[in-house]
Design a protein around this ligand. Structure first.
Ligand code: LIP
Length: 269
């Protein structure tokens, strides 16, 4: 794959993420007439797993653009898009990562768009309409916030590291995740819980947190942000040091990765 092809796909990720973000933001404003308030929402896997018609509209926007601009490419979307690829190119999309934040009017939400060629993610972008920030990366081509190159922190002492994490929608799973984060808390500087995996991964990439871990995600939560973090110099693994995956991911500044694996190992009964 040539770097010009990677850059072409990267620009397409940026354009799709920004366009889908505008669809979601304008839809929310229309729902609330620009006033303080919440758009209507339905639930999916549990009473706390929200979805709005704006999630669906943002994904429809991306699906229709890809169908027109890149016929034959595959698409996997959180809100049900499942298009097989005949080109070897597959798009992985969360139309609104951080849907709960979107409903409540908190800023950490946005479209996450990644693209894989022959099952290797080669480009990705995450756009946050509430802040106007767009994070993006290309495989081997670095990562950026807008035009600003990104780099993770130089922290090398886990006891002063700022750690982001998240929790699933299943109450029994959340109980175990709560026990883990309670055990980790005295070992680190502090914890941050934004409500969006993509936001947390981009936060590692730009040094706003030193590390992020989570379990039981989906491919669309992780695909773009993981590339952005890795291209910013972060190390990535599962919580126990194996390969990262949606079921178990730890992304951090290199100086604390091994120590954080040890800390996490001590937090499970
Ligand atoms: C969210 C993730 C977040 C996790 C939330 C939720 P969604 O995705 O980005 O990391 O902690 O529970 O799964 O549902 O907003 O697309």
């Amino acid at each position: 794959m040539t770097m010009s092809t990677v850059d072409e796909l990267r620009q397409c990720c940026i354009s799709l993420a920004k366009g889908a973000g505008e669809v979601a933001l304008s839809g929310r404003i229309a729902d609330t007439n620009g006033a303080i308030g919440q758009p209507s929402a339905a639930t999916k896997s549990s009473a706390t797993d929200l979805v709005t018609r704006h999630d669906q509209a943002a994904e429809r926007y991306i699906r229709e653009r890809l169908s027109a601009e890149r016929p034959g490419d595959g698409l996997l979307g959180e809100e049900g898009s499942a298009v097989a690829s005949t080109t070897g190119v597959r798009w992985i999309v969360d139309p609104i990562d951080g849907t709960t934040n979107f409903v409540y009017g908190l800023p950490a939400w946005g479209p996450s768009v990644a693209v894989a060629v022959d099952d290797i993610v080669v480009a990705g972008a995450v756009h946050f309409p509430a802040t106007g920030e767009t994070f993006h990366a290309g495989l081997g081509a670095g990562a950026a916030l807008g035009d600003l190159p990104l780099a993770v922190t130089l922290v090398d002492d886990v006891s002063v590291a700022l750690i982001a994490t998240g929790f699933g929608y299943d109450p029994s799973l959340r109980a175990r995740q709560g026990e883990r984060v309670a055990a980790l808390l005295p070992m680190v500087r502090d914890i941050r819980r934004s409500g969006s995996a993509a936001f947390d991964l981009c936060s590692v990439a730009c040094g706003r947190v030193d590390a992020y871990y989570e379990e039981h995600l989906n491919e669309w939560d992780l695909a773009a942000g993981l590339l952005i973090a890795r291209e910013s110099g972060a190390l990535a693994s599962s919580l126990d040091g194996g390969p990262p995956s949606p079921s178990s991911v730890l992304v951090s500044a290199p100086g604390i990765h091994a120590a954080l694996i040890d800390c996490l190992a001590m937090t499970t009964r």
